[in-house]
Structure formats: structure tokens, C-alpha cells
Write a protein of this length. Structure first.
Length: 317
């Protein structure tokens, strides 16, 4: 029997999708890829395989789940299985450097960024950047993990050589231009099936951790999901939003065989748009969706159901 297979490492995030699959009476099976084994001499089962492995898996003690997922995806793709967000999507999920290179290649502007390995080189990169303020972030991260704002090289040195320095899981630190937005918010663009679904305005007044998943409020008290800011909701879907940059984003997704993504951008004081994150393990905020009467996980479940119908028409009617 063909099914929808969900490749993941976080039950709390996956529960929102499986609920929608059950509503649509679609057969599914979850593969938690923090453990397991595969026999490379055998063929994978028939079905549709949806990869939603997260760059932040190591923060949940699932350090090698992405590496195992890469092996599983290679196996699936070798046998021609239908994979939603395959190997290329995983590569971008795990590396902001790869994200920026692909964004630039598709005509999208990103903040000026230097890449460093080693504490001395982080400081040297900041001096070379020669901008103030500036930020550092991890190459492989999630939920804004590792993002730090600095107003001077001295402050950076105190952090880098101090006890509170947070080592990136892949060792690579990005030293980046800080975008001074006129108002404290960013725009996250959601895509399903490689096509624009909606944009959500995210309040950044309380920090950089912008995970929209409902589970983030459980995992991280500093994640603003579901909370109210002084000006209203942290997450607000913009129902009339249609920016020309969406076309560039869709081209980016097509070029990288990515069907499901959330792409984050920010405007500076002069109206210039900078894109800084491509999240291929996208999540949605329930409160914001209910207010706008649009539901990302439902649309995703429908899309997966349509893909299953193509694989096995008699099992996904």
C-alpha cells in the first residue's frame, strides 16, 4: 500500500501535519530519523516521501539526524521515489552559506556576509566587514539560534573569547551586516508546491527567535509564538500582500527542487529588501491562520495527497 512518509525528528512539529492528513483520510507513516537503519540492497516502499528535517535538530539532542536523513534521501532518490523537499532542500536547510549563494544566483539580495571558522577569524571577519552594528549567526541553525548583535569589535571579542561563546554545530560562524529596519518586523513568505501561499508579518521587537511553530512556545519561552506584543499579535498574515520578489523566490525554489519553504526578508530604512533565511522545514502559527482563515498544514496535506494520487491513484481519491 502506498503512503505518505514523513521524514522528521520532532513529533511536536509533525503532529499538526498528521492531524490534517487524518482529516483528509490520507494514509501516512512517520519516520523519526534520529535512529534507524536502511538496507541499501533493497528498494524503498512505494509512496510519497516528505522531508521535514530541521537544521535545529541538534538542539533537541538529535545531532546526527540530518546526516542520516541525507543517506535516506540518497536511497529514495536512487530508486526514483517521489520525494518532496529532497537532497537539495536538505542542503539549503543545513547551510546559510548555500542559501545565500543560491539566492544571489537567482537575483535576490542578501545582507553582506563573511564566513569564518575559528575564534580569531571571526574577529578578523568583523574587522573586514567594517560595519557597526553587525551580527553573528550560525551557519547551521534554526529559530534564530546563535544570533548575536554587536556594536563594537571589543564587544565581539568579549563574547568570542568569553565563557558564553556558543560554538556552531558545524563550526562555521557568519559575520553579517545588520539591517536597520524602520519598524521591528520581518516578512516570512510561505510556499507550498513551489507556489506562494501567503505572507506573515512577524514582530521582532523581542528578539531574533522567529520560529512560527506552536510548539516553539513549549520548547523555548523566548520564542514569540502565540504571544502578544505591545502593538498586537506577534504573527499577522497579510492577506493582500503581493510583492514582486515572490517571483524570484518561486524561481529559486524551482531551481533547487524545493516544494515547501518559508523565506524570510527584511526592509531597510531605504526600502531595500534583504533576504536572509530559507527554511525548508516550515511551520505555521495557528492563531494567525485562524484570524486570516487560511491553513498552511491543510494546504500541505492536500498537496501531499495530490502527489500520492499521482503515484497510486486508487489509494488517494
Amino acid at each position: 500500500m502506498s503512503k505518505i512518509y514523513i521524514l522528521h525528528e520532532n513529533e511536536e512539529w509533525t503532529a499538526h501535519l498528521t492531524k490534517r492528513l487524518e482529516e483528509l483520510h490520507l494514509p501516512y507513516e512517520c519516520w523519526h530519523l534520529d535512529h534507524g537503519s536502511i538496507d541499501l540492497t533493497k528498494e524503498p516502499p512505494q509512496g510519497v516521501f516528505y522531508n521535514r528535517m530541521s537544521a535545529s535538530s541538534h538542539t533537541r539532542n538529535h545531532r546526527f539526524a540530518p546526516e542520516f536523513t541525507k543517506a535516506v534521501l540518497s536511497w529514495l532518490e536512487r530508486h526514483g521515489r517521489t520525494v518532496v523537499n529532497g537532497s537539495r532542500a536538505l542542503s539549503l536547510e543545513l547551510s546559510k552559506v548555500e542559501q545565500y549563494m543560491s539566492l544571489n544566483q537567482n537575483g535576490v539580495t542578501t545582507p553582506k556576509t563573511l564566513v569564518a571558522l575559528g575564534k580569531d577569524d571571526i574577529v578578523s571577519a568583523a574587522k573586514q566587514l567594517n560595519l557597526s552594528p553587525f551580527i553573528t549567526k550560525h551557519n547551521r541553525a534554526g529559530k534564530g539560534q546563535g544570533v548575536q548583535l554587536f556594536h563594537s569589535i571589543q564587544a565581539l571579542e568579549e563574547y568570542v573569547y568569553g565563557a558564553n561563546f556558543e560554538e556552531p554545530v558545524d563550526g562555521i560562524t557568519l559575520v553579517q551586516q545588520y539591517i536597520d529596519a524602520p519598524k521591528p518586523y520581518i516578512i516570512r513568505h510561505e510556499f507550498v508546491g513551489g507556489k506562494f501561499l501567503y505572507a506573515v508579518k512577524v514582530d521582532t521587537s523581542e528578539g531574533f527567535e522567529l520560529c512560527p511553530a506552536d510548539a516553539c512556545s513549549i520548547e523555548d519561552q523566548y520564542c514569540p509564538t502565540g504571544a502578544e506584543s505591545e502593538g498586537g499579535a506577534k504573527f499577522e498574515i497579510l492577506t493582500e500582500y503581493r510583492d514582486p520578489i515572490i517571483e524570484y523566490y518561486e524561481q529559486l525554489l524551482y531551481a533547487n527542487s524545493i516544494e515547501v519553504a518559508g523565506i524570510e526578508a527584511i526592509h531597510d530604512q531605504h526600502g531595500q529588501v534583504y533576504t536572509y533565511d530559507v527554511n525548508t522545514n516550515t511551520n505555521y502559527n495557528t492563531d494567525a491562520e485562524q484570524e486570516a482563515n487560511i491553513h498552511g498544514m491543510l494546504e500541505l496535506a492536500r498537496y501531499l495527497g495530490n502527489q500520492l494520487y499521482k503515484v497510486s491513484p486508487h489509494q488517494a481519491s
